[in-house]
Design a protein around this ligand. Structure first.
Ligand SMILES: CSC[C@H]1O[C@H](OP(=O)(O)O)[C@H](O)[C@@H]1O
Ligand SMILES: Nc1ncnc2[nH]cnc12
Length: 302
């Protein structure tokens, strides 16, 4: 199993892209190779696609697997993030289809969410476990540096891109009832989806910068003048907007790669003060499977 490299500003950036519904490959990559990466947390959703985009290193993972085989509750989020870290990824862009909970967020728009509310309940949410307990901060779950580059890329392309918003992560797989949709609206949530939690939490534990490009596909089921969400509608809107998403990725990757620096928000040092278990009590099997995610702190590296 490959180990992750320690992160510092000398490391060549490797941009991880997680593709959601309707995004099962990334176009325009050169030096393409699909490679299976083993993880002690089980099987990732699929092999990882390694390649270069505008000369920059990219690793792509289709979140639900090619052919969209895996539902949100069965995704092995831990294996996905662990595999990306082992693949040398330094930051993650997550592409996700979302329902809109606000009139002004229309289908076809992009939202750079900056907060999440996690209402999922049937998923493994931490790499840490009995024998090695850690608590990371999730106060600012999205990396500001990635968000800034995404906004810059969106502005260059003239995309309708909303800065900030709260993503409500629901368990699914059924879409929401109207009462639930109205409840989330009353909580001031902006968009709804089924996958970004615990993905964002695990990226933080793995000390990877994370940002979501939420692509609005529907008005969920609350809007009196719009059809209730359906899979066909979601995929159709994603396909209509595929070229916008592709251009955004193509534009942001060189920006991210050029602006490589240690994350000012500290995403890459999220574990510095997080582990609470005293070293003599560390369980060897838990330490061993955390070699990629937490090796930096567990081995006492800078
Ligand atoms: C196919 S509609 C519902 C499905 O779409 C979203 O997935 P993703 O975030 O991977 O784009 C939503 O969360 C559901 O999993
Ligand atoms: N309305 C919705 N609810 C949950 N996940 C979604 N993905 C896209 N639209 C969605």
């Amino acid at each position: 199993m490959p180990k992750a490299r320690a992160q510092n500003d000398q490391v060549e950036p490797v941009i991880g892209v997680i593709g959601g519904s309707g995004v099962y490959e990334i176009e325009g990559l050169t030096h393409k190779a699909w490679k299976r990466i083993e993880s002690p947390f089980g099987d990732p959703s699929d092999a990882l696609l390694f390649g270069r985009l505008k000369g920059k290193r990219v690793v792509f993972l289709p979140r639900h697997g090619r052919g969209h085989r895996i539902p949100p509750s069965q995704l092995n989020y831990r294996a996905n993030i662990d595999a990306l870290k082992r693949a040398g990824v330094t930051e993650i862009l997550s592409l996700s289809a979302v329902g809109s909970l606000r009139e002004e967020l229309a289908p076809g728009d992009f939202v750079l969410v900056d907060q999440f509310i996690d209402r999922t309940f049937a998923r493994e949410k931490s790499f840490f476990d009995t024998g090695l307990v850690a608590h990371v901060s999730m106060a600012n779950p999205v990396c500001g540096r990635l968000g800034h580059c995404l906004q810059q890329a969106g502005d260059t392309l003239g995309l309708t891109m909303h800065q900030g918003g709260t993503y409500l992560a629901m368990e699914g797989p059924q879409f929401s009832t109207r009462a639930e949709s109205e409840l989330y609206r009353s909580w001031n949530c902006s968009v709804i989806g089924m996958t970004n939690m615990p993905e964002a939490k695990l990226a933080r534990e793995a000390e990877l910068c994370y940002a979501t490009i939420a692509m609005v596909t529907d008005y969920d089921c609350w809007h009196p003048e719009h059809e209730h969400v359906t899979v066909d509608g979601v995929i159709a809107t994603m396909l209509q907007n595929a070229s916008k998403a592709r251009h955004l990725i193509e534009t942001v990757i060189p920006l991210l790669a050029e602006k490589r620096a240690l994350c000012p928000q500290g995403c890459q040092r999220a574990l510095d003060h997080a582990v609470v278990t005293q070293p003599p009590e560390w369980a060897p099997e838990v330490v061993s499977r955390l070699d990629a995610v937490a090796g930096r702190v567990l081995r006492g590296e800078a």
